[in-house]
Design a protein around this ligand. Structure first.
Ligand code: IMP
Ligand code: MG
Length: 179
């Protein structure tokens, strides 16, 4: 696995320190609110787990699964819901947890979907963002790191379902996905 990584961008230590900061901000901002943290499977699971552990106010947790990429490294622009939320969300203050915002297509879709279901508020926390790749302008309240226009793996991010278990975020070597 390691030999397929060109460069480590964010170490586990750096990532976890950033997540603590984000969790502190969220805990302050959502005091007294009916917080529901929604992880987007599967890329956000490691980030979501670390984030939730560091949130100090009461919150509920749920997950959604969507597909927009298949096994390719480019978005198709079509989002499908593979797993929906387990409970009603009307009146809840939702934070969607994503691994990375790339084109923005996935989150744009999810934001509209959850707002239409009468959530009280919907915000986004994403570990990473690639601003140079944005096709849809979306408002992310909480962002961990800005990343270059490269294909990233690790800390939940995959290529063809592999590399999610790397404890850092790194750049995947081109020859891995171009072969
Ligand atoms: P968007 O809809 O184009 O913003 O794509 C967001 C989703 O694409 C993320 O949740 C990831 O699953 C996936 N994605 C985007 N860029 C990368 C990357 O560099 N590595 C791994 N997955 C990525
Ligand atoms: Mg994803």
């Amino acid at each position: 696995m390691l030999q397929d990584v060109k460069e480590i961008l964010f170490s586990e230590e750096v990532i976890n320190a950033k997540i603590k900061e984000l969790a502190t901000r969220i805990s302050d901002d959502y005091k007294g609110k009916d917080l529901l943290v929604v992880g987007v499977l599967k890329g956000s699971v490691i980030f979501a787990a670390e984030l939730i552990k560091n949130i100090t106010i009461p919150c509920e947790i749920d997950f959604m699964a969507v597909s927009s990429y298949g096994n390719s490294s480019e978005t198709t622009g079509v989002v499908r819901i593979l797993k929906d939320l387990d409970h009603e969300i009307s009146g809840k203050d939702i934070i969607i947890v994503e691994d990375i915002v790339d084109s923005g297509v996935t989150l744009d879709y999810l934001l509209n979907y959850l707002k239409a279901r009468k959530a009280n508020s919907v915000e986004i926390v994403s570990l990473l963002t690639k601003p140079s790749r944005r096709k849809v302008d979306i408002d992310c309240k909480y962002i961990g790191f800005e990343a270059p226009d490269e294909f990233l793996v690790g800390y939940g991010l995959d290529y063809a379902e592999k590399y999610r278990n790397l404890p850092f975020v790194g750049i995947l070597k081109r020859e891995v996905y171009e072969k």
